[in-house]
Write a protein that binds this ligand. Structure first.
Ligand code: DUC
Ligand code: ZN
Ligand code: ZN
Length: 471
């Protein structure tokens, strides 16, 4: 593969924004150079020159939380590894970390092997795996060390979904003890599922069956309580803790408090919690709210969660922004919950829109361009043991690069920017500033000027190291 020069752009990193040329050699970044400073020796092998004048040159996005083909509620997330990673590429994300799912009674290793089979040879971009532990027992605890050796260095546990993925506090404690010994990261779905199930049963008995009641029966108090409990269990065991898809301001306050005490506790949020709400979306007329049924749920805008999330994003107590991409179509999937919101498969698709949606934080003066790059690219790479191969534009890193036009415009919705395998868009009608113009994945241009040039199978499995983000 020959050399590529990206010329004239502003390279944005976590520490600053600077006019620099980027020289790519094969799959890697070879050098960052003062504009026009390419010497004759390096210029010799340059086959392609990309003019990035007036645009940002940023690391390819790292989405640390996706669910391609995830089985849920008798159906399966509608994006395959092929369609979902292609959509991610369209949106400037060049790495995902997806979840292998262990349900009760299955061996961890078998589920991991199955997820490799699903993804192998199909992905457009590089990918790693976390392991969901749906069954914490002696065998799965032993299996954790084998997975860490294979580059699967994080384990998700659930305090929600009794009878499906739920772990008791005792099981959580044991898994955290094993994780602490291994140096592995515990990822937590922090909602009190036992209490939620009672509220759900009572709501349905009252006839409150519409999608809106999915949100009402998962109040923020039950997210705050579970987050606090998870933090305390992590403290007792010494395990590093990453709380996924945080939507409640009060849960983030718990995380901020633990971080203030120097604990290895991290928070993740997702664009849906920053932009969508219980009132407008879950509460949409008829059955439309089903489009936005996910857990944790969208919160009441009136309660101030969104403002708090943006604040915590700025201060650093939200470490990373992922999508929790878990798409289901309305037809035949979300439809299953007509007349009973508890049967609506939980999940929102958004892998394609994270970079653009988070860029609105820059446009609106809520975060800096540097922080945008940090939460979307660099921090998730460090959090999940992929740094400095991913998440940074520096010599030796994989040449995963996005040329982003801050003056561009993106129209989100079906028939416009929509490559996910869903029959609706959770962000339909969003008109946003900024545009993903060109995407390079390991040195190859895979998206350019509205054309997709990648191939299924280009993406490789990433063996991850332990988290590089511990306090
Ligand atoms: N939440 C979702 O919305 N979908 C999948 C799993 C989860 O925890
Ligand atoms: Zn979850
Ligand atoms: Zn998830």
């Amino acid at each position: 593969m020959s050399r590529t020069l990206i010329r004239g752009g502003t390279v944005v990193s976590t520490t600053g924004a600077q006019l620099l040329d980027v020289l790519v050699d094969g799959e890697r970044i070879a050098a960052l150079l003062d504009p026009g400073a390419l010497g004759a020796d390096l210029a010799a092998g340059v086959g392609t020159v990309i003019d990035a004048t007036g645009r940002y040159v940023v690391p390819g996005g790292v989405d640390g939380h996706t669910h391609m083909q995830m089985p849920f509620g008798g159906t399966e997330a509608s994006d395959t590894f092929e369609t979902g990673t292609r959509a991610a590429a369209w949106g400037g994300t060049t790495t995902i970390v997806d979840f292998a799912v262990q349900s009760a009674g299955e061996r961890l290793q078998d589920t991991m092997a199955e997820w490799h089979r699903k993804a192998d040879g199909r992905c457009a971009i590089d990918y790693g795996f976390h392991q969901i532990m749906g069954s914490v027992d002696a065998e799965s605890l032993k299996g954790m060390s084998e997975l860490v050796a294979e580059g699967v260095t994080s384990f998700k546990l659930f305090m929600a979904y009794p009878g499906v993925f739920y772990s008791t506090d005792g099981q959580i404690l044991r898994a955290m003890q094993s994780a602490a010994e291994l140096g592995a990261l515990v990822m937590m779905h922090a909602e009190n599922g036992i209490a939620i199930d009672v509220l759900v049963e009572q709501a349905l008995a009252r006839g409150d069956t519409a999608p809106y009641f999915h949100g009402v029966t998962r109040p923020w108090q039950l997210e705050e309580e579970a987050t606090h409990r998870a933090i305390m269990l992590a403290e007792v065991t010494g395990a590093p803790l990453y709380v996924v898809h945080v939507s409640a301001a009060q849960a983030l306050a718990q995380i901020a408090e633990a971080r203030g005490r120097g604990r290895n506790v991290f928070g993740e949020t997702c664009p849906q919690y920053l932009y969508l709400s219980l009132e407008e979306h879950l509460g949409a007329p008829g059955f439309d709210g089903a489009k936005w049924v996910c857990s944790t749920p969208l919160r009441a805008r009136a309660e101030g969660h969104q403002d708090a999330l943006w604040r915590y994003l700025r201060t650093g107590d939200v470490t990373a922004v992922s999508t929790d991409h878990c798409p289901f179509c309305m037809k035949d999937q979300k439809d299953r919950g007509r007349g009973d919101f508890s049967k609506i498969p939980n999940g929102i698709g958004g892998v394609e829109h994270r970079m653009d949606l988070m860029f609105q934080g820059v446009v609106n003066g809520l975060i800096s361009p540097q922080r945008w790059v940090e939460v979307c690219c660099t921090a998730p790479a460090r959090m999940f043991g992929l740094y400095p191969r991913k998440g940074v534009i520096s010599p030796g890193a994989d040449a995963d690069i996005v040329i982003y036009d801050p003056k561009g415009h993106t129209s989100i919705g079906i028939g416009r920017t929509h490559h996910m395998n869903m029959d609706y868009s959770a962000y339909e009608g969003f008109e946003v500033d900024g545009h993903v113009d060109t995407v390079l994945a390991r040195g190859r241009v895979i998206v350019d000027d509205g054309r997709y040039l990648g191939r299924a199978g280009d993406g490789r499995f990433l063996k991850r190291e332990l988290s590089q983000n511990l306090l």
